[in-house]
Design a protein around this ligand. Structure first.
Ligand SMILES: NC(=O)N[C@@H](O)C(=O)O
Ligand code: NI
Length: 164
């Protein structure tokens, strides 16, 4: 049995229970560098618990749609931010927590130039580019102990919708 999830455009409001949508919409918080740069200041709720911030690069293979979603994961010890290093949309899959297991997932497509930061403990699909290059900067917790909990669905979901 496969259950279908339709991809929707991401909005800050819809994503708010799961994380921060980071982009340059609206006026910059500050104009810097002799007026040559707008600073959209401190836009993510970063949380690294008892660890420290790590900045990594992920070079991920783009995925085709429809996508079979058979697993979501979460990081109980820290937040995780994905910043694309290309001007392509990517797929953001999250799920509410339902007593320690994920509820029905939601699938979002970002706009080019948008990044996301998953709150600590948010159920999410792994990094899912939709176009090459799947190159991302990732800011997440580096520290001791296990910071990864996976949930494999007995019945996978089928993620459908436009890739851009
Ligand atoms: N495992 C890892 O570093 N990446 C995942 O957490 C992911 O969300 O892609
Ligand atoms: Ni993750």
């Amino acid at each position: 049995m496969s259950r279908e999830i339709v991809i929707q455009p991401i909005t800050a409001l819809a994503f708010a229970p799961f994380g921060d949508l980071i982009d340059c919409t609206g006026a910059a918080d500050k104009i810097i560098n002799q007026g040559q740069c707008g600073r959209y200041h401190d836009r993510a709720g970063l949380d690294f618990g008892d660890g420290h911030a790590g900045l990594s690069l992920f070079d991920a293979n783009p995925r085709a749609l429809p996508l079979t979603l058979d697993m979501v994961e979460r990081h109980p010890e820290g937040s995780q931010a994905f910043v694309p290093m290309s001007q392509h949309p990517f797929l953001v899959i999250v799920a509410p927590d339902d007593g320690g297991v994920p509820g029905t997932p939601l699938a979002f497509r970002t706009e080019p130039g948008q990044a996301v930061n998953y709150h600590r403990g948010t159920w999410h699909g792994v990094l899912t580019p939709l176009h090459a290059p799947g190159l991302f900067a990732v800011l997440d917790r580096i520290g001791v102990g296990d910071n990864l909990q996976e949930h494999w669905f007995t019945h996978p979901y089928r993620i459908v919708g436009p890739a851009s």
